[in-house]
Each structure stands twice: as C-alpha cells, then as structure tokens.
Write a protein that binds this ligand. Sequence first.
Ligand code: NAD
Length: 296
Amino acid sequence: MAANIIDGKAFAATVREKVAGHVARLKEEHDITPGLAVVLVGEDPASQVYVRSKGKQTVEVGMNSFEHKLDADTSEADLLAVVDKLNNDPTVHGILVQLPLPGHLNEDLIINSIAPEKDVDGFHISNVGLLGTGQKSMVPCTPLGCLMMLRDYHGSLSGMDAVVIGRSNIVGKPMAQLLLGDSCTVTIAHSRTKDLPEVVRRADIVVAAVGRPEMVPGDWIKEGATVIDVGINRIERDGKNKLVGDVDFASAAERAGAITPVPGGVGPMTIACLLANTVTACCRANGLAEPEGLTA
Ligand code: NAD
C-alpha cells in the first residue's frame, strides 16, 4: 500500500489564508490589527532563523509584528520587565518568548509571567491546566497543527487508538490531551516504555515526537495507520546534509494509510498555528467571535 502524503506545506498555506482573511475583517469591521510580539534573548542561530521567519509570516498575513532582541546577558529582572510591558500593551495580542533561553534565566518563571490570554505558545501553566481539564485555552502550536491535519484527513477521530511517542511539555503531553479531547484512546510512550514496537503496532494514529532520526521503522506501523512525524533531525547521508523525521519514511509509507513527510509535514504548520493563535487571542481580547477551524 502506498500511503497518502499529508502535505503540511499546502495545508499551512490554507491556514495562513484563513488567518489573513480574518485579520482583514478585523481591520475593516472593527479597526483592530492583531499584534504578535516575539522576544529573543541572545544569538542562538536556530532561534534567530525561527524568529525571522515568524516575523515575516506575521506581516504577510497583515498582522503587526513586534520584535524585541535582547543581549544574551540580559538579567531576569530586565526580561520580566519587557514581558510586563507587553502584557500591558493593548496593541499586543500574542507574546512569544523564544526558547531555549540562556542558562541563567529561569524558563518556567519567564513563561509563567506572560499573561495567559496572550500566551500564544500555550506553555503557561494556566493554559496547560485549562487544556488538561478540557477548557478553552491557548494550545501549543505544534500539536495544534498535528490535530488540524488529523481532523482534516479523518473528519472525526472518535474511538481511534492513538499512540504518541514522546512526553515533552511542548509536544507529547499536549498532543495526548488534544487527542483525548477528540475522543481517541491515547497511549503516551516514552524512553522507558516496554516493547515500543508492539505498542506502536496497535495504533490507528501514530504521532512521533522524539528527536531520533528514523527510529520508527515501517514494520512497527499497522497497515493503514496515519503517521504524523514531528521529529526534525539533521543528518549526513551520502556526504550531504539532510533533514529526516523520527519515522523511516520510505518503509512506513509502504504500510501507512497516510503520512506526513519531513520536511514539508508538521514543520510548516507550527508557525501557521502561531498566527492562528494570535488572531484567536485578539478576538478573545476584544470579545469577538473566534475564527472557525483555527482552534482546538
Ligand atoms: P524532547 O527531547 O523534549 O522530548 C523527547 C521525548 O522523546 C521525551 O519525552 C523522551 O521520553 C522520548 N524519547 C526519547 N528517547 C526515546 C526512545 N528511545 N523511545 C521512545 N521515546 C523516547 O523533544 P521535543 O521538544 O518534544 O521534540 C521532539 C522532536 O520534535 C525533535 O526532533 C524536535 O526537533 C521536533 N519538533 C518539531 C517541531 C516542529 O515544528 N515540527 C516542533 C517542536 C519539536
């Protein structure tokens, strides 16, 4: 069986289009322009690339982008003061502090200082709690993107067996909560899981978020299952640098019913969902109806 390819790049473009349409309506009907503030501390090259890309896409959908670049040795007090200012700025509807932060800064403290309603990354402890209890929250962007693709492909996920490999706070755990919210029977597997191949073989939906190149071979995949590969791993093959996922794409695609490629699968959905979360936060802040299909 040759799997259907779930094209995250194309799907992300449709999400951005929806966001842009909603932004245009907010401007026209309410004279409101959603604003996203991104705070970058230090000069981590990967973070700089992400922040540039976020800023560019924010402007492309018609929103305001505010970038705050701070020195690597910025004190905790100074960073907290920047977040506080953004919390109180009515033109800012979403705040994202780019992780990882330099080692002398307490990430939990900083993230929990963001006003929960502006926490478009969905990492604030209040949003984690709201998601866990099935209440309206800001949802972490990568798992939200995975959920959108799964809903788009399957319609209802109710009753499906889902296995999430990885239990991180930013991907694995919120992904499991979202699948539970859509009435899947959810298993979270991790580095201590016994007999991972057998656990994965039960799954109608496999979400791999580990960070180990091609660790899931095709023979772990149930015939016809849907595979969402969150992993982004840089490897060298045949003398060339290459990006691969956590799933061995070639062998998995022979058994899966549908699969996301790497690159071009989950990756592009993450920033698209950040934009979606910002427009959602802006609507909530102004007591307006939320855009349909852009939240969990
Ligand atoms: P993490 O390192 O925080 O978590 C990895 C998880 O994998 C852990 O919970 C660990 O228990 C589990 N794990 C480790 N070894 C394992 C094994 N042998 N078997 C089963 N489970 C094992 O990573 P993360 O932040 O969740 O990211 C995971 C991957 O997803 C990385 O490749 C990362 O680059 C990628 N990622 C992609 C996006 C995107 O936009 N596409 C966003 C975030 C993360």
